[in-house]
Design a protein around this ligand. Structure first.
Ligand code: S3P
Length: 170
C-alpha cells in the first residue's frame, strides 16, 4: 500500500483520524508535527519563537521527506501544502486525503487551543479565515480525495475514507 497523507487545516482532525485510520488499515501512523518536535527536541511554539515560521517550514519539509512512504498513514501539519516540494513529494509517494471543515467548526474546535503559534494573539476567527482563504486552493489542488468532516463523528469519517480508498483501488 502506498502512503496515505492526511492534509487539511488546523483542527480538522488529521491526528485523531490518522490514528483510527492506521488501526483500521493495520499500518503504522506517523504525525509529521510529532516527528518535527522529536527531531528538533523542542515544541512547535518554541520552534516558531526561536527559528521563525521559515525555520519551522524547513524542518517540516525535511521531516516529511524522511518519513517512510510504504504501508503508512501520515498526518501532516496544516501548512504542509504551502511548499511545492512537499506537494510534489506527497503526490509522488502516496494518496492524499483532504479533511475539510467549515471555518465555524474549526473555530469551535480551536477556540481554547494554545498550541498553534499562527493563531496566537489577535482575533482568532479572523486569523483562521485569512489563513483558510489563502490555503483552500492549495488543499484542493493537492488532494486526491476530499472528505467534509463538518458535523461528522470519527467513525463516519473513517467509513467514508475507507470507501473512497476502495474506489481508488489503493
Ligand atoms: C500549522 C499547523 C500545525 C503545525 C504548526 C503550523 C499550519 O499543525 O504544523 O502549528 O501552518 O497550519 P496542525 O494542522 O496539526 O494543527
Amino acid at each position: 500500500m502506498k502512503a496515505i497523507y492526511l492534509i487539511g487545516f488546523m483542527g480538522t482532525g488529521k491526528t485523531t483520524i490518522g490514528k483510527a485510520l492506521g488501526e483500521q488499515l493495520k499500518v503504522q501512523v506517523t504525525d509529521c508535527d510529532d516527528a518535527v518536535v522529536e527531531n528538533a527536541g523542542k515544541s512547535i511554539p518554541r520552534i516558531f519563537e526561536e527559528e521563525g515560521e521559515q525555520g519551522f517550514r524547513d524542518m517540516e519539509q525535511q521531516t516529511l521527506m524522511q518519513l517512510p512512504s510504504d504501508n503508512h498513514v501520515i498526518a501532516t501539519g496544516g501548512g504542509v501544502v504551502l511548499r511545492s516540494e512537499n506537494r510534489a513529494h506527497m503526490k509522488k509517494n502516496g494518496i492524499i486525503v483532504w479533511l475539510e471543515a467549515s471555518t465555524d467548526e474549526i473555530l469551535k474546535r480551536l477556540e481554547s487551543d494554545q498550541t498553534r503559534p499562527l493563531l496566537a494573539g489577535g482575533n482568532k476567527a479572523e486569523r483562521i479565515q485569512v489563513l483558510y482563504d489563502a490555503r483552500k486552493d492549495l488543499y484542493e489542488m493537492t488532494a486526491d480525495i476530499r472528505i467534509d468532516t463538518t458535523g461528522k463523528r470519527p467513525d463516519e469519517i473513517i467509513g467514508e475514507i475507507m470507501s473512497r480508498l476502495a474506489e481508488s483501488h489503493v
